[in-house]
Design a protein around this ligand. Sequence first.
Ligand SMILES: [Fe+2]
Length: 257
Amino acid sequence: MRYALISDVHANLPALEAVMRDIAGRAGPSLRSGQALATYHLGDLVGYAPWPDETVELLRRAGVPGVAGNYDSTVATDYAHCGCRYEDPRQEELSHLSYAWTRAHVSPETKEFLGSLPFRIDLRPLGGHAGGPTITLLHGNQVLNTVYVTEDRPDAFLTKMGAGAGAKPGDVVCFGHTHKPWHRAVEGVHFVNTGSVGRPKDGDWRAGYVLLTFDGGSVDVEIVRVEYDLDATMRGIRASDLPHEFADYLRTGGVLA
Ligand SMILES: [Fe+2]
């Protein structure tokens, strides 16, 4: 059983389209033609780029379920801010501009859809009638979708997170939010950060997602990167009244201050 996990699209429609094409190209012979791999999103569908409605519409049409990121739940509930972390005052200012723009531009239907997303999803590759691994999909951690689970978190933090999520050895706990993909097993529980489709922060501009493959008792985690029409996204940002800095941020894979 294979799953494609996509996170933090952030309204970058060209990046999402490229990732969906890549996923469709990986469908095995057991799947009917035209049917993609089992695909789930891990939230943060909107913010920072000019296609929030189109992003949601594409995922709804493709039948991709998923969980609520902080950007989704804050837009949906008219929260005071997007629940994002800033490294400096300029970043904070840009973040507020993006949040205000997104709230002003999402359709009522998109907002309602974002509000309907569940906080977490549990998958059972072997079925719920028998024992076997559980895949838990979150955005941040098991308590809040605003918690950053970064690669430098100590094993003790992840052990506590796994216990809090109800994970046992062999299970896989997946999350996004930091926009930097990584994978580590601690006491038999796999922790997988699925990175970001539309706004990577690891210095690689390409769209990122994760493939999980369950084969017997083992799980394989593949971090995939896909080139997309970056120029189209940069043009789209510059043609909108979003801060133009967001275009350069994408080009550098988030290393530009
Ligand atoms: Fe995000």
